[in-house]
Design a protein around this ligand. Structure first.
Ligand code: F6P
Length: 544
């Protein structure tokens, strides 16, 4: 049992309260509380977080805040920002906030913010050289295309942000991303490119990741085949916390960007892992991205828990996850450029909090991270929203949109936002049997027809959503949004008493794949293992 008596009593109080919550009705809550929208909405900078369409009353929030305090959330927030080694299984700090700090942050007696600034100065120089064409490839041509080779945190963040900030992108270089060890990914990207004008960034914190190294070696061979082996080095840069391995790969000191073990992979886009972002949109926009994240950091660190956007999001997530048994959480960006946000958050939340062992090494006693999924609105509406509206499960959802778009089709933007507001309204308020009956009568259906049709057309409502409105999708707002989710994830890890910053669950598959590979490449006899896996390997070998 990992709970202290205080924590246990806070969970128990919420369990008792949940019996009442089963009867919460959002129509009634809004009718009874005229100021509900204002009281349950939190502005943070220019971003509005509306929590009023949640199955929560003042009492619910009060009890969730008691739980947060019992779990020592304010102390944990301070420990995070102060750089304590809260990633205990790896004996590391989790100091992604230092990557965007303007104040000194000391770790082991060293001001790491000074190191970050030096790293950023090196990024700035490198970008200027690529843009001006003073950094050139083996055939003395400037680079028109940059390919980031990385996976997980060394891919998802930069790829997502580059797409989100496309309206801010320079004409050149064009950015491409290769992550999958499926050769089709690298081949598909390379077929569009010329070796003479292509620069590769190999991004890997460990510089041991199988997928990344396989793609990097193949990219190197592609350059060498076209321009000769001696030219290859000029076409590569690396971002890593393992500089020795990058040097061994042949990366020169002037193209090697280091980061540190206190930056978790899925929290790393603010470090030199963001080099593709800086190359694509410019350092001034990269700095703005950091400023937005810094503003969210300040909000998270200094705002009282009850008005703190990431804290409330985290606690409401716990409310559904642990009391309503909600096993999934939808992320629904009403913005095409945020298309990859769900995927980014899958790594952030599921790799961080998909854990079954508490910090003290004992099994957790309650459910941890839900499944994160999503798609951009309005596409999701025509795919899986049926289940959100009328399925048997409760799926809390985040709806995210921008008040102003970057494109020139104002009517599209109005239609998009009309769908956003309509969906959150429909999910919350539903459509009663009486309302359905009125509609069907107006359509001229007779009694028997109405009786048959009616149950299928009722919407139960009371499906909870958070609405997040950004002013526009600029670097600052995006930085704040991503930092919001980082902090929400941390809040939940504190409530669940787990370490959000390790990821041992990815190791076994890597290890087994490494052992299996020789059997697939050669004709080695099958190693002793389960009949299913060996049967599949035998089938593959026969049919390859
Ligand atoms: O999937 C596990 C993981 O370690 C992620 O946490 C990380 O972002 C990814 O692999 C890539 O690791 P690296 O940057 O070391 O190549």
């Amino acid at each position: 049992m990992t709970d202290s008596p205080g924590v246990l009593s806070a969970w128990q109080a919420l369990h008792d309260h949940h019996r009442l919550a089963a009867g919460f009705n959002l129509r009634e809550l809004f009718a009874a509380e005229p100021g509900r929208f204002e009281r349950f909405s939190v502005p943070c900078g220019d971003i509005l977080f509306d929590y009023s369409k949640h199955l929560a009353t003042d009492d619910t929030l009060r009890l969730l805040l008691v739980l947060a305090r019992q779990c020592a959330l304010p102390e944990w927030i301070e420990r995070l920002f102060r750089g304590e080694r809260i990633n205990t299984t790896e004996n590391r700090a989790a100091l992604h906030t230092a990557l965007r700090s303007r104040e000194p942050v000391t770790l082991d007696g060293r001001n790491v913010v000074a190191d970050v600034e030096n790293m950023r100065a090196a990024m700035r120089r490198f970008c200027a050289e690529v843009w001006s064409g003073t950094r050139r490839g083996g055939s003395d041509r400037a680079f028109s295309d940059v390919v980031n080779i990385g996976i997980g945190g060394s891919d998802l963040g930069p790829a997502f942000v580059c797409e989100a900030l496309a309206p801010y992108a320079r004409v050149q270089p064009r950015l491409h991303f290769v992550s999958n060890v499926d050769g089709a990914h690298l081949a598909g990207v390379l077929q569009e490119l010329a070796p003479e004008t292509t620069l590769f960034i190999v991004a890997s914190k460990t510089f041991t990741t199988q997928e990344t190294l396989a793609n990097a070696r193949m990219a190197r061979a592609w350059i060498a085949a076209a321009l000769g082996d001696s030219a290859a080095g000029r076409h590569f840069a690396a971002v890593t916390a393992n500089p020795a391995a990058a040097r061994e790969f042949g990366i020169g000191a002037e193209a090697l960007f280091e980061f540190w073990d206190w930056v978790g992979g899925r929290f790393s886009l603010w470090s030199a892992v963001g080099l593709p972002i800086a190359l694509a949109v410019g350092m001034e926009h990269f700095d703005e991205l950091l400023s937005g994240a810094r503003e969210m950091d300040q909000h998270f660190r200094s705002t009282p828990l009850g008005r703190n956007a990431p804290v409330l999001a985290g606690l409401l997530g716990v409310w559904y996850n642990n009391f309503f048994g909600a096993a999934a959480h939808a992320v629904l960006p009403y913005d095409q450029r945020l298309r990859r946000l769900p995927e980014y958050l899958q790594q952030l939340e599921m790799e961080s909090n998909g854990k079954r062992i508490a910090r003290d090494g004992t099994p957790v006693t309650r459910a941890t991270a839900p499944v994160i999924f999503g798609a951009p609105g309005t596409n999701g509406q025509h795919a899986f929203y049926q289940l959100l509206h009328q399925g048997t499960r409760i799926v809390p959802a985040d709806f995210i949109a921008c008040c102003r778009s970057h494109h020139e089709f104002p009517r599209h933007h109005a239609m998009l936002l009309a769908n956003f507001f309509a969906q959150t309204q429909a999910l919350a308020m539903g459509k009663t049997a009486t309302e359905v009956e009125v509609d069907l009568k107006a359509q001229g259906l007779d009694r028997a027809q109405i009786a048959r049709a009616l149950p299928h057309r009722v919407f139960p409502g009371d499906r909870p959503t958070t609405s997040i409105l950004l002013p526009t999708l600029d670097p600052r707002a995006l930085g704040a949004l991503i930092a919001f989710y980082e902090h929400k994830t941390f809040v939940q890890s504190v409530m669940w008493n787990i370490n959000a910053f390790d990821q041992w669950g990815v190791e076994l598959g890597k290890e087994l794949a490494g052992r299996l590979l020789p059997e697939l490449e050669g004709d080695l006899p099958a190693a002793p293992r389960d009949a299913s896996t060996n049967g599949l390997i035998a089938h593959f070998r026969k049919h390859r």
